[in-house]
Design a protein around this ligand. Structure first.
Ligand code: QUE
Length: 359
């Protein structure tokens, strides 16, 4: 197998490069395992001052988890035994990696130079520095494939301004660099042309003897520019009013009552998503907002992931979006009204195969 991920060090700087450009650098299980091992080693290596993570090529930082491989493993393994081994260990270890980045004691700098979705958000948002370029396309699109915004989405999304996180979670709406900077998803905007030599500058600054965190901040302060107008700003009133509700039905009604083009388009977007995904995702936003730490939220997300693996919409969503690409999923249940409280509650209960835990 060709290498899917590269690790290198130069002076005090360590670099991770996601290297599946044809698959938009989507994270495979071996990539998750190798990254976790390296971060553990670098955490305890006094010679390493900071870590940079980036994606190969100009199209993507990382399009997500390799949900296609999980789908395939379940399809090949379907002899009535239910979810495959990969569909357990992939989510289990991916969420541990997300927490490892959250707890990482050194600067962790993600170069978001292209598509950054789902699992790609999980290996960047929990780090200390997230650099957006003009090529950033950010989204948490999981409600469109029968999942929910995971990899710590239940933690960071409810902590964005107002109800913008709930809006992003349910609609899967895309943000550009300006939008991501305005919400605090990215910490700096640096044009991609100015990122050439970024790692060399960082390595030099760290070698110069200043503490790594100060070195990273100094280099970024020199390179960063204003990100421009946030396209969501004009709609923040509508978003906060319509997405503060605690049921998907109320969100849809509030959007219908709003009357703006933006609200109508947003409502149409929601009506195309998995009804089950919408309901579990809204519940995750509300439970996640009250949580006191990331690990508690990742536990809920692991439960949801395993419930989704045991259900219908994930397989139908992957089929419709990534395999057949007809973008016409037949969700079951087909309407929000049919997704009762019992179905939502069952998704949040511990899986028979065991719960998630930190280390
Ligand atoms: C929702 C998702 C993902 C997605 C599309 C969605 C996701 C993901 C990919 C993806 C894209 C291109 C690839 C690939 C995977 O698309 O998680 O292998 O080449 O990884 O609507 O969550």
């Amino acid at each position: 197998m060709t290498e899917e991920i590269r690790f290198s060090t130069a002076g005090g700087l360590a670099t991770v490069e996601l290297a599946r450009p044809k698959a938009l650098n989507a994270l495979t299980y071996p990539m998750v395992q190798q990254m976790a091992d390296k971060l553990e080693a670098w955490e305890h290596d006094d010679a390493i001052g900071a870590v940079v993570i980036k994606g190969e090529g100009e199209r993507a930082f990382c399009a997500g988890g390799d949900v296609r491989a999980v789908w395939k493993s379940v399809m090949e393994d379907m002899d009535g035994k239910g979810p495959s081994e990969l569909s357990k260990v992939f989510f289990f270890d991916e969420y541990r990696l997300n927490h490892q980045i959250h707890a990482f004691s050194k600067p962790f700098v993600a170069l978001l130079d292209g598509v950054t979705m789902g699992g790609g958000v999980g290996v960047s948002i929990h780090g200390s520095h997230r650099i957006a370029t003009e090529r950033l396309m950010f989204a948490m699109p999981e409600t469109g494939i029968g999942l929910f915004p995971d990899v710590g989405g239940g933690w960071f999304l409810p902590r964005l301004p107002g109800e913008t996180g709930t809006y992003l979670a349910l609609t899967g709406a895309r943000l550009d660099a300006a939008g991501a900077c305005a919400l605090g998803i990215s910490t700096h905007f640096v044009p991609s042309s100015r990122l050439e030599g970024f790692e060399a500058q960082l390595a030099t600054a760290i070698a110069g003897g200043s503490p790594a965190r100060a070195a990273v901040n100094d280099v970024l302060e020199r390179l960063a520019e204003p990100a421009g107008e946030d396209p969501l700003t004009p709609h923040r009133g509508t978003i906060d009013t319509c997405f503060k509700a605690n049921s998907v039905e109320e969100v849809l009604d509030a959007l219908a009552a709003d009357g703006s083009d933006f609200a109508r388009e947003t409502r149409d977007t929601l009506l195309a998503k998995s009804p089950t995904s919408l309901k579990i995702s809204l519940e995750l936003m509300r439970r996640g907002r009250e949580a006191s730490n990331l690990a508690d939220v990742l536990l809920l997300e692991y439960r949801l992931s395993q419930a989704c693996m045991a259900g219908h919409d994930y397989y139908e969503g992957i089929r419709a979006v990534l395999i057949d690409k007809d973008h016409a999923p037949k969700w079951r249940p087909a309407t929000v009204a049919e997704v009762g409280r019992d179905i939502v509650a069952a998704h949040f209960s511990a899986p028979a195969s065991g719960d998630w835990s930190l280390a």
